[in-house]
Structure formats: C-alpha cells, structure tokens
Write a new protein. Structure first.
Lengths: 376, 437
C-alpha cells in the first residue's frame, strides 16, 4: 500500500467519524426534549464524565499507561474554567465570550497538568506511574486548601450560564446545560476517536505492544506517551469544565480518590480501549449510585441501616459488577456486544476496506477489540 | 517490560473488518438515551409544586454521613420530630408538613445532586435549613433560578443576607460577625485589660468572626489570630502559639469537635485560659461527649458561649422541646442541636401559618419578609424586606456547675456598633403549634 492511499483512507475515515459524531450529537440534543429536568441534569453529568472516561480508556487501553488520578485532570479543567470565567464575569463579560474564555482556561490548565504527568509517564512505568497519579489525587484537597486563590474546601464559584433569550421559552436551564455538555463532549471525544483510528493510534498501540520494536520502527515512545497523556488530559479537563458550569462550583470534594477509581472501574467495565464502552461506563458512574440509593430508600429499611448503606452499597455494587463483567466478558461490556454487532456489520459491508496491509503484524492492526484481561 | 497486567494489546483475527469506534459510541449513546428517556418533559412549568389541600412538602440537605455527621446529624431528626408534633396537633391550616431529608455527606458535589432531586423529583414547596456554608453556597444560584423559597439556612455566613441578589434566601444562624462582636464586647466588659486571641476555621467562618471581634475591640485588639483546617485534626501548633502570645481570653470560631480539641490540647499543656466559643461550637452536652464524662465538666466550668435560642434549662420552650423529643424522637440525646432543629421547625411552621390559607411560594417569602414572625429566640427576629438575617444579637451563656445557662449579658450589633440590650424572650403559646392569627 502506498502512502497516498493510506492518507486517503485516513481522510475518508476521519470524515466518517466526524459525520457520525455530528449525527450522534444532533440525536442526543433532540433526546433532551424527552427528558425531565433532573434527567437532563444527570445527562449533563454523564456527558461530562464521558469526556474523562473516553480519555482514560484511550490512555489505558492504547498506551497501557495506568492513571488512578484522572479526577485530578478533571479538577484541573474545572479550576482552569473557574479561574478565567470568574474574573471575566467580574469584568462584566458574559455569554459566549466568557464561556469560550473559560473553556480556553480549562484547556490550558488541563493540558499543562497532563503534559507534566505525561513527561513523568514517559519515564515511569506501570505501578510507578499509577502511584504518581494516586499521590496527585490524594494531594488535591491539600493543594486546594494551601494554594491561595483556589477557594479552599469550599471551592471556587463559577458564573451561572443562563438559558439564552431566544431559547428561554423552549427549555429550562437543565436542558440548556445538557446541551452545553453534549456539545463539549462531542468536541472533546471526536478528536480522540480520530486520533485512535489514525496513525497516532497505531503508534500508541505499537509503543504499548513493544517499546523496543516501536523504537526500531522509528517511533519515539516518550513523545507518543506524552501525546496520549495530553490528549486524554485535555478531554478530561473539558469534562471538568462542563461539570463546573453545570454545578456552578468547582471544589476538591467532587474529585475524591473514590471518584477517580470509579472512572477506572467504569472504563474497565465498559471495555478498555472502547469509546462506546467509555460512554456506558460514564453512565454507570453517574446513574448507579443514584439508582442504588433510590432502591435503598424505597425498600423501607430501618433508618440506621439505610444510613449505613448510604453511599457504601453503590461502591459494593460497582465491585460486584467489575468482578461479574470481568468473568463473563473479559473485554468489558463493549466486548460482550461485539459478537452480534460484528456479524451485523459484516452483512452490511461484505467487502471491508482495510487501511493496512493484510500481512502487518496483528499486534499493530487498528482494532476496537480489547484483548481479554485474563489472557495476559 | 513488554506487558502490563491490566492493559491488553488489541488483537484481531486476520481478515475481520475493523469496526469504526464511532459505531460503538453511537450504539452506546443511543442505548443511554433510551435508558434515560422518561415520559416527562423539560418545558418550563407553572403550578406551585409541593403543596395541596392535605400536605406541604419541604426538603433539606443535611450531613447524615461524612465528616460533619457527628456534630450535625441530629438536627434534621429534631426538626422532623417537631413537625410530627405539629401534624399530630392538626397541622398548619389543616395541612400536614412532610419533611424530606437528603444526605449530602457535607460534600458540595453531592449537595448539588440531592437538591436538584428535591426540587425536580420530590417537587418540594420550599427548601428548609440546608446545612453548611460550602454546601449550600453551591446551590444558591440554582434555587434562586428556580424560584424555590430557601428558608433558614443552617450557617452563620453573611452570604444568605443578600436580598437584592437572592430574594428568596434567608439565614437562620446569627451571623458570625454578630457572634464575634458580642463575645469580644463581653470579654472587654468582663476584663478590660485582658489579652484577647482568636482561633478560627480557615474559611468564611473564622474570617467574619474575626471581623466581629475587631468591631468590638478595635483593629489591634486581637493579640494573635490562629487558624485551623478541618482536614487536619491537630491544633497543637496553634494552641502553642497562643500560649506563647500570652493570651488570657481565647475566642473560638470553631465547630464543636475543634472546640473540644482546643480545650483538651491546652489542658495537656497545663494551660487553662478562658474560652469563649461561638454558638456553632459551644454546645455543652456535645462538648462533654467529646471530652469525656470525667474531665469534660471540669474543663468546661466557666466556659462562655454565645446563643440566641431558648437554651435555658427549665424554660417553657426547653421543656416543650424535651417533651417532643421524648414523644417523637425516641428520646434521642437532648442537646443544643435538638433545640436548634426544633426552633427551625417552629419558625417554618409560623411562616407557613402566616402565608395565608392557600400559601404560594411568593406568599411564604412575603410572610418571612413582613417582619411579623416572632420565632422563639431570646431576641426579636430581624427579618424584613431589606434584612434576610434572622438575628442581629446574641445572649451570653456560661457553664456553671454543669449547667449552661444565659447570664445577664445580651448584645446587639447595629451597623458598626455593639450595644448591650435587654433580652426579649418570646413566650410559648398554643403548645408550640403556630396559628394563622
């Protein structure tokens, strides 16, 4: 295969991805009309969490860098947003301008934090990197209390984004926030999908598969790892910015260690490396605790038992789910549905157009099929 | 170092078509959308929620679990018990009060979720006594946007008293400026030459309290100002610094746990200065529980604190609340939180009674702003169209012989001046169930 055809292939697949993303975004925006305000709020939080899980699944699934502290990157985005949008609001700026500035702040801060982590990640491996990210998430409350201007435990207030006048008669603020969240999620995740299916994704897989071999093939593993970390961090940062907008506040309380670990559980349950799985995982992170609490409070248990279960039962359910999914479908929920859908896809497109030579090393082929965890 | 236990290399049987990831995202997202979809819609609504001919539903967010639970979880139980008392006596204008308590674990992120749930799912008529400055600050705009009456916030921050910006929000606790000023003035009245120091929480609580103290004593009236953070359970350094500064009267802007810790730490050093605490951290039964039955009463003898609720043992209110506590709260330990929770309930019942036969959210807010509410404090309520703070003065209570009771010292803050006033306790009427007249 020549270089040009490869490039053409990449371009056409990029176009497909973008078209699909637009389609999905429009679909999701339309769906908000069918939801009541509380579900729209939950949808917004799911979309924000999706930004983080999508980045995380890419980072862990493709480059094999384990981050236990992705919550910190979301927090960086949230603080970045608040630190820019807050003064902008004080200066009398409003509307799209302030939002765009805030998002820029989120991008910069999360990219810087992600870049620094990536530089460390290029030198540290496996458990050491995991340990570093773990330390970060544990340090977050102390940083928020000690660094002036971060609002301590109380966090920073974020200017309220009201429904724009032309839409005020059509929707309430929750739906508008869901719209913001969906659009930002689309903008954050689509580049990740493009990255994943393009040459950068290949380089990530190559680095993960065998660093020495990748280096021999002319790939710089350090650069690949930093790129992956920054991409993943920026996406998580955008998610954090959305959460800050929705909640009108960013503080260390939301980004606890438990939350960061849940993000990881979410991507493993959803299927490592799978963006769709990351979406399912994000929905689980947000909806499962709420669902469990609703069931618990509806079951009419004694008050003290209910109080003891509050918050704890959801974590137990997550643990059980993780075990069950790993045993039943080692590839995660995405792997569980892969079989039937693959058959469907084959029937629809009998002649697949492979981007790569058929005789390439299978380990480097682009794929969305994560290998079962148990086989390693 | 080829492999990583949890990070599989993607692998595929040769010849299988690579599925574009977007397809997956599509399927997953549509599944999510379908899963989320319920029948209701997001169009702006009209009718007054949370009230019909039989019941009024009010909601609150409280720390039932988490770091603040130990000090505050009993408040909402007391409020619920008081409402049961009201309901057992026929309710307010024939309506019973249903109190929906949601646990937020003192985490602002959780507060945001549970308050949305209260407003949108449980459709509460009003929010009552949402607890905590960081937690409640995070839902202030949301409640304002949705026009939900946000009554009697359980925090002494001055944030709640902004009628222009938040017309529906009212505080309950006397604000920390008033407490600091009153305690500072009492210190000056008792011992004019004493070296006064302040230990405060490193947030709004400590800072506004310090402002109050400086209001009473002047900008250089405080010898040293030390702060602590709730996330660090040790005050040895701060107490040491205060001892070194020669402090004789220590003013505390601390929550109960840290009040106890400060007294205990100083006692371990063999240092016994005088302690003056704000109402948020000056509840005798709670402090004794923290310090232990054996040393607590000894350490706390002569302990000074501020309060504005009918906390005098033997008063009519106190006895009524004890009775309600036995009947409707399964005889839970009776302390300052119990009196606080029931007083909040009483004030809400009174506002509801004054809001007319068929209360709306607007008429409820008007009733609070009318200035006609009496409450049950030791001073008149200060609510009005331009004032959304409940109390502008406090009484001083001193522990003597194991009993914490008011002494003859009550202060009001009017603008920038602290003045001694006579207490005007509200008499108990109608068995503590307010009527509309």
């Amino acid at each position: 295969m020549t270089r040009t055809t490869a490039r053409n292939g990449a371009r056409s697949s990029t176009r497909t991805i973008v078209l699909r993303a637009i389609m999905l975004t429009v679909l999701a925006l339309a769906a908000t009309f069918a939801l009541d305000p509380f579900r729209n709020y939950q949808l917004a939080v799911v979309a924000a969490t999706f930004c983080a899980t999508a980045g995380l699944t890419l980072l862990v699934g493709l480059t094999g860098q384990l981050s236990l502290g992705h919550g910190v990157l979301m927090a960086a985005g949230g603080y970045g947003y608040a630190l820019v949008a807050g003064p902008a609001a004080d200066a009398g700026l409003g509307g799209v301008g302030r939002f765009a500035l805030g998002i820029a702040g989120a991008l910069v801060l999360s990219a810087v934090v992600g870049g620094l982590l990536g530089l460390a990640g290029a030198r540290l491996r496996g458990p050491y990197l995991a340990g570093l990210t773990l330390a970060l998430v544990i340090a977050l409350p102390a940083v928020a209390t000690q660094v002036p201007g971060l609002g301590k435990d109380q966090g920073l207030g974020v200017p309220f984004e009201a429904v724009p006048a032309p839409l005020a008669g059509v929707m309430v603020v929750e739906q508008w926030h869901a719209w913001i969240a969906i659009v930002v999620a689309a903008v954050a995740v689509t580049p990740l999908v493009v990255l994943r299916s393009g040459p950068a994704g290949l380089r990530m897989r190559a680095t993960h598969g065998d660093e020495v071999a990748a280096r021999l093939a002319g790939i710089s593993p350090a650069r690949v790892k930093v790129t992956a970390f920054v991409a993943s961090s920026v996406s998580a940062g955008l998610g954090g910015a959305v959460l800050a907008v929705v909640a009108q506040n960013v503080g260390p309380g939301r980004y606890s260690l438990a939350f960061s670990l849940l993000l990881l559980v979410a991507v493993v349950v959803g299927g490592l490396g799978s963006v769709g799985g990351a979406a399912v995982g994000a929905a689980l992170v947000v909806l499962l605790p709420w669902l469990v609490d609703t069931v618990v409070s509806g079951a009419g248990m004694p008050a003290d038992l209910e109080q003891r279960l509050s918050g704890n039962l959801a974590v137990a359910v997550f643990g059980a789910l993780l075990v069950a999914v790993t045993v039943a479908w080692p590839g995660g929920l995405a792997g569980a549905t892969a079989g039937p859908r693959a058959r469907l896809a084959r029937r629809r497109r009998p002649a697949p157009a492979p981007v790569l030579d058929p005789d390439t090393d299978p380990a480097q082929e682009p794929t969305s099929d994560p290998q079962p965890l148990t086989e390693r | 170092m080829r492999n990583h236990a949890t990070t599989p290399t993607p692998r595929r049987a040769p010849g299988r078509a690579p599925r574009p990831p977007a397809v997956r995202a599509a399927a997953a997202a549509s599944a999510g959308v379908v899963g989320l979809a319920l029948t209701a819609c997001s169009s702006p609504a009209a009718a007054t929620p949370g009230i019909d001919d039989e019941t009024v539903t009010v909601g609150t967010h409280q720390p039932l679990t988490g770091p603040a639970a130990a000090g505050f979880a009993s408040i909402s139980a007391a409020t619920s018990a008081y409402f049961e008392h009201v309901n057992a006596n026929g309710g307010i204008n024939g309506r019973t009060i249903e109190y929906v308590v949601k646990d937020d674990g003192y985490n602002p992120a959780t507060t945001q979720t549970v308050v949305r749930e209260l407003v949108q799912e449980d459709e509460v008529f009003a929010m009552l006594n949402g607890l905590g400055t960081p937690t409640h600050s995070s839902v202030l705009d949301y409640l304002d946007q949705n026009g939900v009456p946000d009554l009697f916030v359980a925090s002494g921050s001055t944030t709640w008293n902004q009628p222009e910006e938040y017309p529906n929000t009212f505080g309950f606790n006397v604000d920390y400026v008033v407490e600091g000023a009153a305690l500072g003035q009492y210190a000056a009245d008792q011992d004019p030459g004493a070296v006064v120091c302040v230990l405060g929480q490193d947030d709004d609580f400590g800072e506004t309290f310090l402002q109050g103290v400086e209001l009473a004593l002047g900008a250089d009236g405080v010898a040293t100002y030390q702060t602590y953070s709730t996330s660090n359970e040790d005050v040895t350094a701060q107490i040491g610094a205060m001892r070194k500064a020669g402090c004789e009267i220590n003013l505390l802007a601390t929550i109960n746990g840290f009040t106890a810790m400060s007294l205990g730490t100083a006692a371990k050093m063999g240092w016994f200065p005088q302690w003056y605490a704000s109402s948020s951290g000056g509840d005798y039964p709670t402090l004794v529980e923290f310090l232990g039955e054996d040393v607590g009463p000894k350490l706390l003898d002569g302990f000074v604190s501020a309060n504005y609720l009918p906390n005098s043992p033997g008063s009519d209110w106190y006895e009524l609340f004890q009775q309600i506590n036995d009947e409707h709260n399964a005889g839970a330990p009776f302390d300052g939180n119990t009196v606080y929770g029931m007083s909040v309930g009483y004030l809400f019942a009174e506002a509801l009674a004054k809001a007319g036969e068929d209360p709306t959210r607007e008429s409820l807010v008007e009733a609070v702003e009318s200035g006609e509410l009496a409450g049950n404090g030791i001073l008149p309520l200060s609510f009005g169209p331009d004032d959304h703070a409940a109390y502008d003065g406090v009484g001083i209570a001193v522990v003597s012989g194991g009993v914490q009771d008011f002494v003859d010292a009550t202060y009001r803050v009017d603008g920038d001046t602290v003045e001694a006033v006579e207490p005007e306790p509200v008499p108990l009427e109608d068995d503590g169930v307010p009527t509309s007249d």
